[in-house]
Design a protein around this ligand. Structure first.
Ligand SMILES: Cc1cc2nc3c(=O)[nH]c(=O)nc-3n(C[C@H](O)[C@H](O)[C@H](O)COP(=O)(O)O)c2cc1C
Length: 163
């Protein structure tokens, strides 16, 4: 059975809403088995047993947020050379930028020799003040629809074996 692993980390809800939208899109577009895990729960075995991946996390301090970075740090070498060529997509939730986290995530995935199947989505929530940054986020429909579509495209492609 083909399976999709969705790993996400979220501090104020934005990345979680985007990951949920991608998960729902994947479920609607395909019959693939979806493993939807928080970065703190996911480990090397989850990566090894999946056929494709979707990663969603925030940019914090111009980098991948720590909880997601810990996931990559702890799984990078255990799976290196064992997941090459598998497809992935990614979503970054950012207050005003997101480019560094995107670059960092894609570099990690390049190191794993994964195949990116779509442009990484950077969703900007326009949070500038400490209060806005620390507040719970509500992601807009356009970004949720795009995440839904991304999850669907990844899952449908996995199911059809087109990647
Ligand atoms: C400690 C901290 C650092 C942040 N640094 C950045 C940053 O470097 N660039 C940026 O675009 N947004 C930054 N943000 C804003 C978050 O990316 C934004 O609030 C986003 O919604 C977080 O995603 P989440 O809701 O899934 O936690 C930062 C937020 C926090 C809490």
């Amino acid at each position: 059975m083909t399976s999709l692993l969705i790993v996400h980390f979220s501090r104020t809800g934005g990345s979680r809403q985007l990951a949920e939208a991608a998960r729902d899109g994947a479920a609607e577009a395909s019959d693939v088995t979806i493993h939807y895990l928080d970065a703190g729960e996911a480990g090397p075995d989850d990566l090894l047993s999946a056929d494709g991946y979707l990663f969603a996390c925030p940019e914090n301090l111009a980098a991948i947020a720590g909880g997601m970075k810990e996931f990559f740090d702890s799984t990078y070498y255990p799976v290196l050379g064992r997941i090459e060529g598998r497809p992935y997509a990614a979503i970054i939730c950012a207050g005003s930028d997101g480019e560094n986290a995107k670059k960092q995530l894609e570099r990690i995935c390049t190191g794993w020799r994964l195949k990116r199947i779509a442009d990484t989505q950077v969703v900007n929530v326009a949070a500038q003040t400490p209060e806005e940054i620390l507040g719970e986020k509500t992601i807009g429909k356009t970004a949720l629809d795009a995440a839904h579509e991304l999850g669907g495209a990844l899952a449908a492609g996995l199911e059809l074996g087109v990647f």
